[in-house]
Design a protein around this ligand. Structure first.
Ligand code: ATP
Ligand code: MG
Length: 212
């Protein structure tokens, strides 16, 4: 039996990392074997790429096409090295961001051709799409307020994308909505403007309905 593949998407600070942890705990309590991973990253190569993409590890502006290919290189490595093997062992994979981040950020927000991105994405993942994509939907300002609280607690600092202008992030959020409409069978939109526990409950109901 092959496992299930769930991706978490949504704008900055919408609660993806928080909710992946919660869902993993709930699945674990059901004796489901779970692998949690993230993009970019999740492999040694991917984490090295993440450093370049999020934290300006090299002192040079990254052109849009190089940015796109670095994201998708990290994705290909993660797919081959982590996701497909785990699914093959019958384990569930929860991934923090995946193909839809590319379409939302590089496509809708940066303006690259969606059709080109779809083809590069498909190549990177060998056409194995997620079984379920949870779009954590949250007002952009609310997300940034949450991140400011997180940084005030000394956890990290703003990355390259978080420093983009607000209208960039509005295009990201609108792009995600268009993606959810384009593939309604794969996407579920979760209202993330609720207490952590309520969001977690909404996610659990969807997972039970769709995959368990
Ligand atoms: N439902 C919620 N209500 C209030 N605060 C929340 C909620 N969910 C998460 N938070 C807090 O908001 C901050 C951002 O959450 P989290 O890191 O999970 O978001 P994220 O989507 O992973 O962000 P990023 O895009 O930066 O990876 C954290 O400090 C987290 O504790
Ligand atoms: Mg996160």
């Amino acid at each position: 039996m092959t496992g299930k593949f769930i991706t978490f998407e949504g704008p900055e600070g919408s609660g993806k990392s928080t909710q992946i942890k919660r869902l993993a705990e709930k699945l674990d309590a059901q004796s489901v074997k779970v692998v949690c991973t993230r993009e970019p990253g999740g492999t040694a190569t991917g984490e090295a790429i993440r450093n370049i993409l999020q934290h300006d590890a090299v002192d040079e502006p990254l052109c849009d096409r190089a940015e796109l290919l670095l994201f998708t290189a990290s994705r290909a490595q993660l797919m081959e090295g982590v996701i497909l093997p785990a699914l093959g062992r019958g384990e569930w994979v929860l991934c923090d961001r995946f193909i839809d981040s590319t379409i939302a950020y590089q496509g809708y927000a940066r303006g690259m051709l969606i059709d080109t991105l779809d083809r590069i994405n498909n190549f990177a993942i060998n056409s194995r799409k997620p079984d379920l994509t949870l779009l954590l939907d949250l007002d952009i300002e609310r997300g940034f307020e949450r991140l400011e609280e997180r940084y005030a607690d000394g956890k990290g600092s703003a990355d390259r994308f978080e420093r983009e202008a607000r209208d960039f992030h509005h295009r990201v959020r609108d792009g995600y909505h268009q993606l959810a409409q384009r593939e309604p069978a794969r996407f579920r939109v979760i209202n993330s403007d609720q207490p952590i526990e309520d969001v977690s409950c909404a996610i659990w109901n969807v997972v039970k309905e769709v995959l368990l």
